[in-house]
Ligand binder design. Sequence first.
Ligand code: URA
Length: 432
Amino acid sequence: MNFVDIIEKKKTGEALTSEEIHYFVKGVVSGEIPDYQASAFLMAVIFKGMDRRETFDLTMEMMHSGDVIDLSSIDGIKVDKHSTGGVGDKTTLVLGPLAAACGCKLAKMSGRGLGFTGGTIDKLESIPGVSTSLSTEQFVSQVNRIGLAVAGQTGDLVPADKKLYALRDVTGTVNSIPLIASSIMSKKLAAGSDVIVLDVKYGKGAFMKDPAGAEELASLMIDIGTQAGRKMRAIISSMEEPLGFAAGNLVEVREAIETLNGKGPDDLRELCVTAGSLMLSESGIAPDESKAREILTDALNNGSALNKLAEMIKAQGGEPECIFDPERLPSAPNTMHIYADSDGYIESCDALAIGCAARDTGAGRIVKGEDVDPVSGVIIHKKSGDKVCIGDVLADILYSRPLGDQIPQNVRNAFKIVPEKTERIPLIYKCI
Ligand code: URA
C-alpha cells in the first residue's frame, strides 16, 4: 500500500477501506508514516470528513494501538464519564464521589489542562500530597475497595492518539467531528468501562461552537460506543459561560467541596445530578432517572458524597481533613477585584476569556510540561442575567506572581454589560 494514494483518495472525498485505515494508524504509531504525510492526511479529513463506518474503524484501530485496560476484576458495572472540556469544569471532582457514594464503580482516567481548559489531574494534584500516578493494579484495587479512583493515564493507552493529537494541535486539524470522536472514544473504550456518560459542550469555551455541532459529535460517539458494546448516554451542555464560578485549580477544588456539601453553584450541581442520574439508571442502580435524582440529591445533602471524596483523597496520599475543612488548603497571597464600570445587566461572561485569564495567572500552561500554580485563578461573581451597578465586583483574580495590566483588562472585557435584562442560556440543551 502507498500512503500517498491514501491521501489522494481522501482528498477527493472517497471513503477509505478498513485496511487503509489500519495501514494509517499502524504507520503513524511505528513512525513509518512521517509527520508531514500524516498532517496532509488529517487536513484532507478536515475538508472531506469520514463516514460513520470509517470513523468506527479509525476508533477501533486507535483503541487497539496500545494497552487496553481490563476492569473485569472489579465487581459490578463500571462507569466512566468524559467531558469535552471547558472553563471551570470541575464535574469529575463532584460527580465521581457522588456517583460512587450511590453505588457506582467509577474508574476514571483524566487528563491535564489543555490550552485555556482546565484538567482534573492538575486540580487533584493541587491538593497537597495527592498522587494521580497509579499503576493499573493500584487503580483497579482502589476502585474495588472504595468504588472510585481518578488517575492520570496508566499504561500505554492509545499511543496513536498521543501522536495524532500532538500533530493536530499544531497543524490546525483539531476541529473535525470524526477526528474528535475517534480521539475521545478510542481512549474511553480502551479504559474499559461498561457505561460511558459524555458531556459534550458547545459555546465560546468549547471546541463545538453551537448545539447542533455538539449534538452531531455526541450522536457519533454514542454510535461508536454502542457498536463497541458499551452503554452510552450524552448530555449536550452550554460552555458559553464558565461552569460554576471558579476557574483554576484549588479554587475549583473548594467549589467542588461546597457542592458535595449540598451547596455550591446551581449549574454545577444540576449538571452533576443529571450526569449522575444517567449513570445510576444505565448501570441499573436506580430504576429510572427520576429515582436516581432523588438518590443523588440525598447523597449530596447527607454528607456521604463528601465522605467519598475524602476517602479517595486519603487513598491517593492526601489529607482527608482538608476536605472537611477547606481552610486548611493553601490559598493565593493576592486578590485583585475587578469592578463594573456601568450600570445594567450582564449579557454574557465569556468562558474563553475567563479561561485564558485563569491560565495566564499560572493556573494553566503556556508552555508544554510547565508546572501549574495550584492557588491562582479567577472567581467570577456575576453571570448572564445578573443586575450590576457601578462599583460591584464582577470577578476576583487570585495570584501569586506579578499580574501585569493585561489580565485584569481581559477579565473586565469578558463581561458584557447591557441596559436591558437578557435571558440566561439554559445550561443543559438536551440529553441523548
Ligand atoms: N479531546 C480529545 O481527547 N480529543 C480531541 O480531539 C478533542 C478533545
